[in-house]
Design a binder for this molecule. Sequence first.
Ligand SMILES: *Cc1c(COP(=O)(O)O)cnc(C)c1O
Length: 219
Amino acid sequence: MNIHEQYNDIKSRLPEHVQLVAVSKTHPASAIQEVYDLGQRIFGENKVQEMTEKSPLLPKDIQWHIIGHLQTNKVKYIAGFVDTIQSVDSEKLIREIDKEAAKHSRIIKVLLQVKIAEEESKFGLEPEQAKEIFRKYINGDFTNIEITGLMGMATFTEDQDQVKNEFLILKHLFDELNKLKPLQTLSMGMSDDFPLAIECGANSIRVGSAIFGRRDYSK
Ligand SMILES: *Cc1c(COP(=O)(O)O)cnc(C)c1O
């Protein structure tokens, strides 16, 4: 299948309430334009430099999401245009985003990334840390960010029970925080596990290779 067919195939498999973030990292602006022309408006990148290089080449109504670990000293490069930062994994980072958003008189949407995978390497907040930041948010600690939900990545494993358990940990935390202040977005699921993520309550998924094909990191 080509990009066109793969995109339409994914879209046809998504329930109405599930938002698709097309993960375009490593792919050129031309590939993004192709998917944009099919109607897609939300694109995810994991590197600031890639996003700042590609975004000027593409339509202005694209909603750019950062989905990868973000260093605080790079927030300033995207604060003027980024729609959502899905990978908030420290209080220091959220404070920096708040500060930079204020400089642009903007509200930047953020998701708290919670560590649900067993793997050591994955970034993310512990559930308790996420709760603490959310309480500060409710108390009015931040003026120029909106915490719209949670994001998580499951362990890379064939074990579907494990993946499901990890997704459900995030779903439960989402429900708990949602009672304190309503949240919109539960971002979990990628090319290989999005159907399971949706079963577990995801309403936003991040799909890269199933749309754009395999990534080539050699370039
Ligand atoms: C790359 C990436 C994705 C998309 O992965 P695919 O397996 O290509 O769909 C989703 N989320 C994050 C955080 C990523 O870095």
